[in-house]
Design a protein around this ligand. Structure first.
Ligand code: DLL
Length: 431
């Protein structure tokens, strides 16, 4: 299936984007006090926006904005029109809340169907969806897209590797959707079950939600004997389905008829030239429930507007995500802010505010170890008491992060002190 809009002439695409920008601006102006204020401060009326270029004068929206207006202050429609609500971690542990109207769910289904189609998937495929179902957008986003495409979807959700593999064999699944690291873990697990991952019916992997590299892609393609495609998205924009690779596997096509991209220097706020690295900023052009103007993703990318030599699409391509401008870690696809862990540790009487987070990749899966100093008084205690403390901290952190962590208590004054910024995170994953 080909979506014509993906091949529009750049001028026609820009016309479409400008019309949609005016519409969405009017919509947020009418319904969200935060945006009305921003327009009034600039002395701009949405209806008089003449070019896409005018966007650059507009303030950025980010996770912090959403947190300030938690939970529903950024909604542009009354709750009676909201059909679904999702969220992702915020810096304080409060999720950032996003919502979907009936039409937003249609758009989400469309962009996800287009994403699967862009990798060569179609109605004949059986999609084994191992992204988590829940507040996280991965599970349901892929699910809606697969339905829209007419494919069969197996809603596995994450984890349960033995069952994943059993059903993959029995159902003859052709597309696997999950994080890249989980796909490697699953292949290792397959070998322990005497299943040869190269001999399954899988032909495509649609992998994302966390950073990975080209060398990891080669590894995944070879262990599974499939083509592996990078998919990008974030809850605040729609979820998965913002951008994806085509058969050229050289940059991710961004569905710019719905999501208008800019790449800016995070320090100066100015646009960087095409091809240079900067922070990706996205304006949602068609969303109704939680549309955002100039959402600062904190993801570092470069962009090209050149027509794709591999597939002929004119939709701009972003590079793989090269890093982030903040300290958000992505562990097994879940967003983790060191400050979330810090706030747990600061509540624990027996520890000092000196800690370090060590991230490693054991086999294929990310491991997070929290090392924290115990105070002098407590350190001399019995081993059993220390073990109990370790368990208690582990439980509290896990309830905040919703992922498993290791906790290691260390002797007082053993974590290296720093005169400048404390180095809280040691990321030893080689990605
Ligand atoms: O991770 C949505 C998603 C689900 C994308 C399934 C792809 C597949 P959030 O939980 O809001 O949404 O996290 C968004 O994850 O700002 C990036 O930093 C990171 N991220 C997402 N996709 C990629 C990718 C989903 N392909 C944050 N490569 C984003 C690198 C990615 N980082």
């Amino acid at each position: 299936m080909k979506y014509k809009v993906e091949y529009l002439d750049p001028e026609d695409l820009q016309k479409l984007q400008l019309n949609r920008l005016r519409e969405v601006s009017q919509h947020v102006y009418n319904n969200v006090p935060y945006y009305r204020q921003a327009f009034d401060n600039l002395g701009i009326q949405p209806a008089t926006i003449k070019s896409l270029d005018e966007l650059k004068n507009f303030p950025l929206t980010d996770k912090e904005t959403l947190r300030t207006h938690y939970p529903f202050g950024m909604f542009s429609v009354p709750m009676s029109l909201v059909r679904e609500i999702h969220g992702s971690s915020g810096t304080t542990g409060k999720p950032t809340v996003v919502a979907y109207t009936e039409n937003d769910l249609k758009i989400w289904s469309e962009v996800m169907a287009r994403s699967i189609a862009c990798t060569g998937g179609d109605y004949r495929d059986i999609v084994q969806n191992a992204y988590g179902y829940g507040l996280f957008t991965g599970g349901l986003g892929v699910h809606y897209g697969a339905l829209e495409l007419g494919a069969a979807v197996v809603p596995m959700s994450s984890g349960g590797s033995k069952r994943q593999l059993q059903l993959m064999e029995d159902f003859k699944t052709t597309i696997l959707t999950c994080t890249p690291s989980y796909s490697i873990y699953l292949a290792e697990f397959a070998e322990s079950m005497n299943i040869d991952p190269r001999k399954t019916s899988l032909r495509i992997g649609i992998l994302g939600a966390e950073p990975w590299s080209d060398s990891m892609r080669r590894q995944i393609e070879s262990i599974w004997n499939i083509k592996a495609y990078d998919i990008y998205g974030l809850s605040e924009i729609i979820g998965p389905g913002v951008a994806i690779e085509c058969e050229g596997q050289d940059g991710l096509h961004m569905w710019a008829d719905h999501f208008y991209p800019e790449v800016i220097d995070p320090k100066t706020g100015k646009a960087v030239p095409e091809g240079q690295d900067g922070m990706l900023v996205i304006t949602t052009l068609t969303k109704e429930a939680t549309p955002f103007l100039r959402y600062a993703t904190k993801d570092i990318v470069s962009i090209t507007y050149e027509k794709c030599p591999a597939c002929g699409r004119t939709m701009p391509r972003i590079s793989r995500i090269k890093g982030r401008t903040d300290d958000m870690l992505i562990i097994r696809g879940i967003n983790v802010f060191p400050s979330q862990i810090e706030s747990v540790l600061l509540e624990i009487e027996e520890t000092e505010p000196h800690y370090q987070l060590v991230v490693t990749r054991e086999g294929a899966l990310d491991e997070l170890e929290v090392q924290v100093e115990v105070n002098e008084k407590f350190f001399s205690d019995e081993i059993r008491t220390l073990e109990n403390l370790e368990k208690r901290i582990k439980k509290e952190i896990e309830s905040v992060l919703s992922i498993a962590v290791k906790v290691k208590l260390v002797e007082p004054k053993t974590i290296t002190r720093s005169e400048g910024k404390a180095k809280r995170v040691i990321d030893m994953r080689n990605i």
